[in-house]
Design a protein around this ligand. Structure first.
Ligand SMILES: [Zn+2]
Length: 124
């Protein structure tokens, strides 16, 4: 498989939650930047896969539906330039930071009165 010609993505530049490294090394999972699904990596590239169905494909019966086209994110080069421990530390820090966030306070406001429909006004 050939790469898709786009510049190499460094694993350390990705958010830690879009990457999954194994403690034993080897298999790495990356979220495809085009279709947003988790894909495995082989030879430093995202494996070839098919993207989402073209719009309107649901209208076809399942047996005649054309298979979805190849995802343009196939063959994206990703260089894993950090160790499992480094990635794990980054992920833990991100999880801790997200856990400290507070939701905004919801202030309930009274809803404005809805005027009656024109037909109802005429009836009065
Ligand atoms: Zn994809």
């Amino acid at each position: 498989m050939r790469h898709n010609g786009r510049p190499v993505i460094l694993a350390s530049s990705l958010p830690p939650n879009l990457l999954s490294l194994s403690a034993r090394g080897g298999c790495a999972l990356v979220e495809c930047p085009d279709c947003g699904k988790w894909r495995s990596m082989k030879r430093g590239m995202i494996t070839a896969h098919r993207g989402p169905h073209v719009p309107g494909a649901e209208a076809w019966p399942a047996e005649f539906r054309p298979s979805p086209p190849r995802c343009p994110g196939s063959g994206q080069r990703v260089r894993v330039d950090e160790s499992y421990a480094e990635w794990r530390a980054r992920l833990d820090a991100a999880v801790r930071e997200a856990g400290q966030r507070r939701g905004t306070r919801v202030i309930p406001r009274p809803k404005p009165p809805v005027p009656r429909a024109v037909t109802q006004m005429a009836a009065r």
